[in-house]
Design a protein around this ligand. Structure first.
Ligand SMILES: CC(C)(COP(=O)(O)OP(=O)(O)OC[C@H]1O[C@@H](n2cnc3c(N)ncnc32)[C@H](O)[C@@H]1OP(=O)(O)O)[C@@H](O)C(=O)NCCC(=O)NCCS
Length: 399
């Protein structure tokens, strides 16, 4: 059928649940129960849920929720958080996703969103649409009985355990106090929290840290899991406003009786756990993977929104087959960014620019990896300095 034979349009609200269930089936999950749907419906924004139809029947879907993302320098850019992407297993590989992505990016442009973002189920899906990995995260495993924090790791405050109902009213405001300037951080509204609850289920417990003045400044969502003979605490989410809240929450998790291991998923690459521990090998990094994928929808606006490090400007040529309005040359420097017609010093695809954008990768690393063509070798070190960010990017929020 190729790219013909299907139509894409925004769905009516009455069609949202069908889209939700189509997405769940594409992820090989059962259809939603009524209660799960009630917790998820708030995330479906009228006008931002797209459907692809074959012979009049819904066969694919993609949606976006309106959000913001922090970029180097501290600005928060409006962004569409792309999610709910699925095509019926009997309708794949005939261009439905391609049409959905095109319609969605056109819509993002109309809304004035200079970037779009997503988490990818598979790494081979989205680069063709211009998305690239903009931040990464790691999974850590700690032997609970052997891992201990040094006396020099920050201390102070109190940890209290809440069940999900008790924690629900405070988590949203608390999250907004945590780590918000780090590139890659995004918003979580009430609809996000409700949807997350349905996704994680009822077994989750919440630990909240309070500082010496009685202000809540960090939280951890965790759950016990038994796998063969090993029982573990799975830490789904741990966010803090300062180092003392982080170390006290880790101390708390490492002190929970009856479990052998504490597993932290989706943690920032620069979390200094190894430095806090008396025995650094008790923090085993069992995986490093992609976290946030970004798509620069409007390259000029996106580049202008972040700050750059010191040094000489560099001329880059960006190639963008999927959104050709971005094709062209840009002069990037600490004093600003503009289109230009000078000879390019570095040539790269828009998806590779996403890897530089939040500071996750260096230009020199991408030259070594064959993903940036360095026409002027002197520009590589200059680009390293320009694109470097003060903080390691991390999103850490599923959506
Ligand atoms: C991923 C998914 C949405 C792709 O939908 P689709 O309609 O088959 O995609 P398209 O036909 O538009 O594919 C466009 C191109 O991407 C390739 N592609 C798409 N998904 C791919 C995948 N998972 N693995 C490898 N290649 C893939 C296609 O082969 C095609 O390549 P071509 O242009 O060279 O022929 C669909 O396979 C799906 O629903 N998967 C399960 C759910 C899922 O993973 N959703 C994503 C959540 S982030």
């Amino acid at each position: 059928m190729g790219v013909t034979g299907h139509q894409v349009r925004p769905l009516a609200e009455s069609e949202f649940r069908e889209a939700h269930d189509l997405f769940r089936r594409a992820l090989l999950l059962r259809s939603s129960k009524d209660e799960e749907w009630e917790q998820s419906v708030g995330r479906y924004e009228p006008g931002r849920v797209l459907g692809a139809f074959v012979d009049g029947a819904l066969a694919g879907t993609a949606m976006a929720t309106t959000n913001v993302v922090a970029v180097p320098g501290g600005r928060r850019l409006p962004v569409g958080a792309v999610t709910g992407v699925g095509v019926r297993a009997d309708r794949t590989r005939r261009g439905l996703l391609t049409s959905l992505m095109r319609a969605q990016l056109d819509d993002a442009r109309r809304r004035g969103e200079a970037v779009a973002m997503l988490h990818a189920s598979e790494a081979v899906i989205y680069e063709r649409f211009g998305y690239g990995v903009a931040s990464r995260s790691r999974t850590v495993e700690l032997d609970r009985r052997r891992a201990a924090l040094r006396a020099s790791a920050p201390v102070g405050g109190q940890v209290r355990v809440l069940d999900q109902d008790e924690a629900a009213p405070i988590l949203s405001a608390l999250y907004q106090r945590c780590d918000q300037d780090r590139p890659g951080q995004i918003g979580r509204d009430d609809a996000w929290w409700a949807g997350q609850r349905s996704w994680l289920g009822d077994g989750v417990m919440v630990a909240v840290h309070t500082d010496g003045d009685g202000l809540d400044d960090g939280f951890a969502l965790y759950e016990a899991k038994n796998d063969k003979d090993v029982s573990s605490l799975q830490v789904h989410d741990l966010k803090t406003a300062n180092a003392a809240a982080a170390t006290q929450l880790w101390r708390f998790l490492l002190g929970v009786d009856l479990v052998d291991r504490v597993v932290g998923r989706n943690r920032p690459l620069d979390e200094p756990l190894e430095w806090w521990l008396t025995d650094r090998r008790q923090c085993q990094v069992t995986g490093v993977g992609d976290d946030l994928w970004l798509r620069l929808v409007d390259v000029l606006e996106a580049l202008r929104a972040r700050t750059f490090g010191p040094g000489d400007p560099v001329v880059i040529e960006v190639r963008d087959e999927f959104l050709p309005h971005n094709d062209g040359r840009y002069q990037v420097g600490p004093d600003g960014v503009d289109r230009c017609s000078d000879e390019p010093q570095l040539v790269l695809e828009v998806a590779v620019l996403a890897a530089l954008y939040l500071g996750d990768q260096t230009a020199s690393g991408l030259v070594a990896g064959g993903r940036i063509e360095a026409r002027d070798p002197a520009a590589v070190a200059a680009a390293d300095r320009l694109f470097a960010a003060a903080e390691t990017p991390w999103c850490g929020t599923n959506f």
